[in-house]
Design a protein around this ligand. Structure first.
Ligand code: SAM
Length: 264
């Protein structure tokens, strides 16, 4: 099983923003949980909230064999995900988390690059925690609101090079195998900018303890993606370097969380 998973993970496109690294972090946590509870991958139920078209997280997890549900508020993304998932143990629904059936609980809930898009991240984190089965895990990926990725986005936005960016995006869409294709919610910008203490407060307010954490990527804005991100050596170097740097110096963070003693 582990060999099958490792070789599958190597097939995920390697890019500067670290989506492969993120999925590897999630899978390490899910596998540790699966092994402790016993049973095959299909016994592990996973909910991804804000799954978009499923390409980055939900679909790779379904390809490993976990039973995946993805939800998002963007219908075209969900339609694309369902069309691509015909032979996979995955279903995708255009529904808000609070409108999911009350009885639906999961071994794993994932908030991957979504808390920065919502007006009330505390509420979304608490709602996600409430969807965990006993001993379930909540997995989070979040940008450092003051990291190089956000700084680059800020400079690009306010320096008036929007036309150049449109051209770069057109190149990226071809290069990134559907990651940024039309079935993607381009109208859901980042509206939250978390420091490390701020995201820690959101997690704690959800009644959760962080049980594992890792730095994600160092770079990953559109300009660096289209320039430095063309070199495999640079991608690998920056993703490894991010592991050695302090949390404040990198662009994304990953967390594994479990219900704290009080909430159990
Ligand atoms: C950056 S994408 C993340 C996609 C994927 N989870 C990943 O890790 O690459 C953010 C997604 O969150 C979705 N979104 C924004 N607010 C949401 C909400 N309240 N509930 C569910 N999804 C939401 C957007 O439609 C968008 O598809």
């Amino acid at each position: 099983m582990q060999q099958h998973i490792d070789s599958f993970l190597q097939t995920i496109p390697l890019e500067l923003h670290g989506h492969r690294k993120k999925v590897c972090f999630f899978v390490d946590s899910i596998e540790a949980m699966r092994q402790s509870k016993g049973g095959g991958a299909e016994k592990v139920t996973v909910l991804e909230v804000g799954c978009s078209n499923g390409v980055t997280v939900a679909m790779p997890l379904a390809k490993i064999g976990y039973s995946v549900k993805g939800i998002d508020l963007h219908q075209p993304s969900i339609d694309a995900a369902n069309a691509a998932a015909v032979d996979l143990p995955a279903v995708f629904e255009c529904v808000l988390l609070e409108d999911l059936g009350e009885q639906e609980l999961f071994d794993v809930v994932i908030l991957s690059d979504v808390l920065e898009h919502v007006p009330d991240p505390h509420q979304l984190c608490s709602q996600a925690a409430a969807r965990l089965k006993p001993n379930g895990i909540l997995l989070i990926s979040i940008p450092n609101g003051f990291g190089l990725y956000e700084i680059e986005k800020f400079i690009v936005k306010w320096s008036g090079i929007g036309i150049l960016m449109s051209m770069l995006r057109a190149i990226l869409r071809r290069r990134e195998r559907g990651l940024f294709d039309d079935a993607y919610n381009h109208d859901s910008p980042h509206i939250q900018f978390f420091s490390r203490p701020a995201i820690a407060r959101v997690i704690a307010a959800g009644g959760l303890d962080v049980t594992r954490a890792q730095n994600g990527c160092l770079l990953g804005g559109d300009v660096t993606m289209a320039t430095l991100g063309r070199s495999r050596a640079i991608i690998e170097f920056t993703l490894r370097l991010a592991n050695m740097l302090p949390a404040w110096a990198v662009s994304t963070w990953y967390f594994e969380c479990r219900a704290d003693a009080e909430s159990r």
